[in-house]
Unconditional design. Structure first.
Lengths: 274, 313, 530
């Protein structure tokens, strides 16, 4: 077993902590976050409330745990949308390079790229109202051309190789070749991109919740915690610092894990490791 | 080169047309009856009919679409349902806050990122490199609006160097720029981190190319090879990222207005959403998308200026 | 006078060079010959002090009075491009794509402050003219030039300041035969004019036989033999020199067993590609890659197809394999039509071996699955034990062990990978195998063994070969008949020996004149002729 990169171990550990917190929150949280007990408002850290309470009396640690759930769920499903829809499109475009299908897919990609996630979120929420689902859609739709582009780029560089010609001489069609030869060999690229898009998704969800376009009350979300903390920032800065720190740590963990994965999966280094 | 610009311009127009079609369909077709949607609970038959009249929703879809596009081309963005003033008036003032902010942030992030990326690549593997990689990792992970809050806390509240928010208008340019500085820094930090890393990896890639070896064999020192050969080639992937960044910066500018109480497009559009003012939402979205497509066009032109292989179209 | 004494090199503690000593006189062409991994490039990079990180070099290297290895980096920068220069193997990537060629040649002058900008441009123009590019503007970019032209630009930049020593590391390996001849002639002329020494590094004995005054043969980091070219090639004292010589001129033993009936018939085949995009809508004129080609391949025959890059042979290959449609004419095999719609049973009768041992296999598949891939063509592909047996049979036929089927491609050397590729081509018991530059990427000694293998297999399994190559020596060694292709057309056809000794078409004559030949009669040791 070869030595895993330090970044991978550290990043995976940090991400795992948040994932664990999110999963545990389904079963148990220190204090119920939907029950606003104003009497408990603005308690300092320590004692029954490990990280203190906010201005509505809600336990910050519990809010962070449930908020982790929101962030992870949104980012994860958005990545799922991007992969499930984007990768086949990218593979199809590469397999039919230069054809009308390729042009259409590329133009479609460019069109979506012209709409930042925020703008897509604006369009969706203007018509359907704000919610976590709409945040997922907005971030997910933007992920589609990202994965399509990565898949297409990776696939194109493989289509010119001789083993693809050999597969065609063995009578295999483009669909089969894309599945048997191309997809496994771009999997590494896709995995690394997925961790990047996941961490970007966490940031995007926080931004959308911050401006009110994401998960609605009473579902806690880190972004909305920051929005609510903003009015208290002069007197109780910790209310703003803690959710922000959570975001930073989670994203940092994911990015480190992505870097570590990239190093681990790099074929040039892999050959040296044997 | 001229032919290249022309073909890119055609691309730009096509993209704009396609984008406008998408926005039109989402805003005016999906809600069913836009007028009823906008009125919400007040949607009596009489009110709906009156609103439809006012918004010019009588024609066919095609007529309405061309009416909208035609209007925009001459600067008429319709009348806001909530404020009862031409949307163009609402937008113009706010544009002068959001666009300069995005531009300011872009300039800052580029100015920061280039030297940092250059240093990291030239001193690969040294303490400086690791330090820069670590710092940028942190920079990428920080949400810009949270960083903005921290900046307000430190620089406005504690140190009192900047005001905590607000925008005094452009009559006094220096004051205006000062008011935009903290927001621009908050926006620029994560983007500069991304750009610096891209710069570094692009440079490292080019440094491994054969033509660098040729340059060394001609007697160029490492530094000369980087400056005279690697840099310009590394610019090509970096330009892509700068183009993409502008769209993120614009989105970020809109969000960050919330922290600094800036009278930009952000508040306009978020209020538009809560008040179901589809006219405002439709026009502002179109504007934002237009800005992104325009920047893509400019980046394409810049590409061709840097890379002669692209010019022979 | 260049003197290298007891040069030893280790990179990260791996020994690369061991006690290398040689001398190059003024105005002399010195050939450094060896296969890949022999250390010849590293010797050159050591002289230039352009070694990779982790390199430890000991010994002495002197360029007349200059003691090269004691110089600091700054001092070396002043020497490189000035007193000693180097050109490399891959001209396609050797130039900065975003700078004009004029600027890149002038740069040598400007860096060494040998001229002001205007003067530098004049001198650069003069140098470019000297290397034969007088018809190319100074404001051209590298992508507008061919490989040969780019190499000339590199030469111009390298000799701009009249260096005492020019090192050329495999300068023509990536070029066509005719271009190679022109570049080598250019180098010879420059050596004579400038009274410059040339260190020519190559794996090709024929090239040094033509060019070099003295040569040294390298094997795994050591010089095994050196001396005046004619002497070394005639005497061949060291066993490695003998092996190298033998491999370079190797002719596998073959019997002519061609039957009169044609297996593959190509009639007036035309293959056109749509032109390049000129704008959003327009396209340029269509390109005729294959322009009316006709020939037959008979049972048991080995037919060669020779041509330089761009002549259309790859396109023709893909059409013959039924991977691409033809726009005119027809290809028939075993009496049935060949094309993208051809039935799998027909495909299994025509298989292929490609050039690149490193791109020929999906790196994530084991050898068993790779070799068995053509079974997809069979209506009921064998599986389980039967499949393994068939794969084992194929691997044994190419002199590999059946146990190898559980390994991954990266565990094998280049020559072994080509054997695996041949096994894959054999698995469906085809009658025709197309070999597309199948030995071009291999070292000379490995190549000889693969050619032997191919000859054996042809005899044992009654195969017919279509052997495509740009390397005339290889084609001469293994084919019965040969076709010469130029710009999409076959310009000459006939028995290999006849065509090679008495070419009729001017292009064939030009090709043969350009190809460096290792003259066996002149250089074979006398005792081997008995």
């Amino acid at each position: 077993m070869s030595r895993l990169p330090a970044s991978l171990i550290f990043g995976a550990a940090v991400s795992a902590v948040f994932l664990l917190a999110a999963l545990v929150s389904f079963l148990w949280v220190p204090h119920d976050v939907t029950n606003l007990v104003i009497a408990n408002r603005l308690q300092p850290a320590g004692g029954a409330f490990v990280l203190g309470t906010d201005q509505f009396g809600r336990d910050i640690l519990s809010m962070l745990m449930v908020g982790a759930r929101t962030s992870i769920a949104v980012a994860l499903v958005a990545v799922g949308i991007g992969i499930v829809l984007g990768v086949p499109l990218g593979l199809a475009a590469a397999a039919t390079r230069g054809s009308l299908l390729d042009e259409v897919i590329m133009r479609g990609n460019d069109l979506i790229f012209a709409f930042p996630s925020l703008v897509i979120a604006i369009l969706i929420t203007a018509v359907f109202g704000p919610s976590a689902l709409n945040a997922i859609l907005a971030i997910g739709i933007f992920n589609i051309p990202v994965f399509a582009r990565v898949a297409r780029g990776g696939a194109l560089s493989l289509w010119t190789l001789d083993y693809i010609l050999a597969a065609r001489t063995a009578g295999k069609g483009k669909l089969r070749i894309s599945a048997e030869h191309i997809l496994p060999n771009i999997a590494n690229l896709l995995i690394v991109q997925a961790t990047i898009q996941f961490s970007l998704g966490i940031l995007a969800e926080a931004a959308l919740s911050y401006v009110g376009l994401g998960a609605q009350p009473p579902t806690p979300s880190w972004g909305r915690m920051l929005a609510e903390a903003q009015t208290m920032i002069y007197t109780h800065p910790m209310l703003a610092v803690l959710p922000g720190l959570a975001i930073v740590l989670m994203v940092l963990g994911l990015n480190l894990m992505g870097d570590g994965l990239r190093d681990l999966l790099d074929p040039r280094l892999r050959r040296a490791r044997g | 080169m001229l032919r290249f610009i022309l073909s890119r311009f055609i691309s730009l127009s096509l993209s704009l047309a396609a984008a406008s079609l998408v926005i039109f369909l989402v805003i005016e077709v999906i809600p069913g009856d836009p007028a009823a949607f906008m009125l919400g609970l007040n949607a009596t038959e009489a009110n709906v009919a009156a609103l439809r009249e006012e918004l010019g929703l009588g024609g066919t879809l095609a007529e309405r679409y061309w009416g909208w596009v035609g209007g925009m081309l001459i600067g008429d963005f319709g009348t806001s349902y909530t404020y009862r003033v031409p949307v163009s008036e609402l937008i113009l003032d706010r544009l002068w806050v959001s666009l300069p902010l995005a531009g300011y942030a872009l300039a800052l992030s580029t100015l920061l990122a280039f030297p940092i990326g250059l240093i990291a690549a030239s001193r690969r593997g040294t303490v400086a490199d690791y330090g820069i990689m670590g710092g940028t990792q942190l920079g990428i992970a920080v949400p810009n609006f949270w960083f903005a809050m921290l900046l307000v806390l430190v620089f406005a509240v504690n140190l009192q160097w900047f005001s905590a928010g607000g925008f005094p208008g452009w009559q006094d340019p220096m004051a205006a720029i000062k008011a935009l500085t903290l927001p621009a820094i908050a926006l620029a930090l994560p983007q500069a981190s991304i750009l610096a890393r891209v710069m570094r990896s692009a440079l490292l890639d080019t440094l491994g190319q054969d033509y660098i070896r040729t340059a060394r064999a001609k007697g160029l020192s490492r530094r000369q090879a980087v400056l005279r050969h690697a840099l310009r080639n590394a610019l090509i992937p970096v330009l892509t990222i700068i183009g993409l960044q502008f769209s993120f910066l614009l989105a970020g500018a809109i969000i960050i207005e919330n922290v600094f109480f800036l009278p930009g497009l952000g508040r306009l559009i978020f209020q538009g959403i809560t008040q179901r003012d589809l006219v405002v939402v439709e026009s502002v979205t179109m504007l934002l998308v237009f800005a992104v497509i325009l920047v893509t066009f400019l980046v394409d032109i810049a590409y061709a200026a840097v890379d002669p292989r692209l010019r022979r179209k | 006078m260049i003197e290298i004494e007891h040069l030893s090199l280790a990179i990260h503690d791996t020994p690369i060079l061991s006690d290398v000593s040689l001398q190059i006189g003024k105005g002399e062409i010195f050939g450094l010959v060896g296969e890949s991994g022999s250390g010849k490039s590293m010797t050159a990079l050591g002289l230039m002090q352009l070694l990779p990180d982790g390199a430890e070099l000991v010994g002495q290297a002197r360029l007349d009075e200059i003691d090269l290895l004691t110089k600091s980096e700054a001092q070396m920068c002043a020497l490189r491009g000035n007193e000693l220069s180097m050109i490399f193997q891959e001209p396609m990537t050797a130039l900065n794509p975003v700078q004009t060629i004029g600027d890149q040649v002038a740069e040598t002058l400007l860096i060494h402050q040998a001229a002001k900008p205007s003067g530098a441009r004049r001198i650069a123009r003069d140098r470019l003219d000297r290397v034969g590019l007088s018809h190319i503007g100074m404001d051209s970019y590298p992508h507008e030039l061919s490989g040969g032209q780019r190499q000339r630009v590199c030469i111009a930049a390298a000799i701009a300041l009249h260096p005492r020593l020019l090192i050329a590391d495999e300068p023509t390996t990536a070029l066509d035969v005719t271009t190679q001849a022109q570049i080598l002639d250019l180098l010879k002329e420059l050596v004579a004019e400038e009274d410059m020494s040339l260190l020519l590094i190559t794996h090709d004995l024929a090239v040094v036989a033509d060019m070099a005054d003295r040569i040294a043969v390298m094997q795994t980091g050591q010089i095994v033999e050196q001396g005046p070219t004619a002497d070394v090639l005639r005497e061949q004292r060291h066993p490695y020199t003998r092996a190298l010589f033998e491999a370079s001129s190797h002719q596998p033993e073959r019997q002519d067993q061609a039957a009169p009936e044609p297996l593959l018939q190509v009639r007036d085949v035309v293959r056109t590609y749509p032109g390049r995009r000129n704008g959003l809508i327009q396209r340029g004129a269509p390109v005729r890659a294959v322009d009316g080609v006709s020939f037959d391949l008979h049972a048991g025959e080995s037919l060669g197809l020779v041509g330089e890059s761009g002549c259309g042979k790859s396109t023709l290959t893909r059409a013959i394999l039924g991977l691409e449609p033809v726009q005119g004419g027809a290809i028939t095999a075993f009496g049935k039509e060949v094309g993208p719609e051809m039935p799998n049973a027909l495909r299994s009768g025509i298989q292929v071996v490609f050039q690149d041992p490193y791109g020929s296999f999906n790196p994530r598949w084991r050898v068993e699955r790779l070799v068995a891939e053509p079974f997809h063509l069979m209506p009921t592909p064998p599986s389980g034990a039967e499949r393994r047996d068939r794969v084992a049979e194929a691997l044994s036929a190419v002199q590999l062990s059946p146990d190898d089927m559980t390994k991954y491609p990266h565990e094998f050397s280049g020559g072994q990978r080509q054997r695996i590729a041949i096994a894959r081509a054999l698995i469906t018991h085809p009658d025709i195998i197309v070999l597309d530059e199948a030995v071009s990427a291999l070292d000379v000694s490995v190549r000889a063994r693969i050619l032997d293998l191919l000859a054996d297999l042809q005899e044992q399994l009654k195969l017919s070969y279509l052997f495509i190559s740009h390397d005339l020596t290889v084609v001469r060694a293994i084919t019965d008949r040969v076709l010469v292709m130029q710009a999409g057309k076959i310009v000459e056809e006939g028995d290999t020996e006849t065509v090679f000794s008495a070419p009729r078409h001017s292009y064939t004559q030009k090709l043969l004149a350009a190809a460096p030949v290792l003259d066996i009669a002149k250089e074979t040791p006398l005792d081997a002729l008995v």
